[in-house]
Design a protein around this ligand. Structure first.
Ligand code: SAM
Length: 294
């Protein structure tokens, strides 16, 4: 494929933006990348080749889209901002295997989109510099809908990436860590300073790779109830697991029964949720559901 001029150089980005009279919308999380190295790291982490497809969320003016198109066999990019569609069509015109979809990724039927767009590909990954105001809802949608994805490689707020990848025992570990690690193996790829964007965001960022698991690493009787137990356990971080579960699942006089069930799950009532592993949460939710607590 012939090499086109890079969209992401600061000069070219400014030229495109000025020529189209484009004004950034903070409310849509519009911080565009202007650094070749970071773009290459993001694309490299997605392990793409021409047999693979890439689904990009929020292409902006197409800097990452262009890099993806130079590696993947098919790229589909979903952009919410109608003002960017003609710009994307113009700058990405030399790449026939890119399709631009105008829409809100949170409202789209992504399973149908993936099935329709990537029929000829051997695997699909999501690759994106995500809008920070909706990072968690987007990631949770991708995971909870059990979409047929290989990797999710995203630039997100550094603090959110650290929570996703956190191990038990620290203050970053919480229900987001458990949700992400139930579905994926997370790996921090790199920390990114705010100077590589225009306009610059107020926070530092990180690239994280979530390798989507074929099967969760634990067997839970009921997925929704498992996540309910996790949420309830972290309701008040400073409280013990026993007090948090009592507040959510047990009537006034249920303390003894709760402690008996915790013992059955081999969890000390005095522990705090942030010390429990994924395996312990799975054991606990299975014991509670078998005791009829759903
Ligand atoms: N990919 C570009 C880059 O790296 O330079 C732009 C990334 S910018 C952080 C986020 C992009 O997501 C913006 O183009 C914004 O308009 C778009 N966006 C925001 N909310 C969206 C949504 N719900 N669905 C699809 N795109 C969205």
């Amino acid at each position: 494929m012939s090499r086109m001029e890079d969209i992401s150089t600061p000069k070219r980005t400014k030229e495109i933006i000025q020529r189209h009279g484009f004004a950034f919308k903070k409310s849509l999380g519009q911080n565009f990348l202007i650094d070749q190295n970071i773009l290459s790291k993001i694309v490299g982490a997605a392990e793409l080749d021409e047999t693979k497809g890439a689904l990009e969320i929020g292409p902006g003016i197409g800097a990452l889209t262009q890099k993806l198109a130079e590696t993947a066999g098919k790229v589909t990019a979903v952009e919410i901002d109608q003002r960017l569609i003609p710009i994307l069509k113009e700058v990405l015109e030399p790449y026939p295997h890119i399709r631009i979809v105008h829409g809100d990724v949170l409202k789209l039927d992504l399973r149908t989109l993936i099935e329709a767009e990537y029929a000829g590909q051997s695997g699909v990954s999501v690759v994106a510099n995500l809008p920070y105001y909706v990072t968690t809802p987007i990631i949770m949608k991708l995971l909870e809908e059990h979409l047929p994805l290989e990797n999710i490689v995203v630039m997100i707020q550094k603090e959110v990436a650290e929570r996703m990848a956190a191990a038990p025992g620290g203050k970053e570990y919480g229900s987001l860590s458990i949700a992400v690690q139930y579905y994926c193996e997370p790996e921090l790829v790199c920390i990114v300073p705010h100077t590589v964007f225009i306009p610059q965001p107020n926070v530092d960022s990180a690239v994280i790779r979530l390798k989507v698991r074929k099967e969760p690493p634990v067997a839970v009787d009921d997925e929704a109830f498992f996540f309910d137990v996790v949420q309830a356990s972290f309701a008040q971080r400073r409280k013990t697991i026993s007090n948090n579960l009592k507040a959510r699942f047990f009537a006034k006089e249920g303390r003894e029964e709760l402690e008996r069930l915790l013992q059955e799950a081999e969890i000390l009532p005095s522990r705090r949720a942030e010390t429990l592993s994924l395996h312990e949460f799975a054991r606990l939710s299975n014991v509670l559901i078998r005791a009829g607590l759903k």
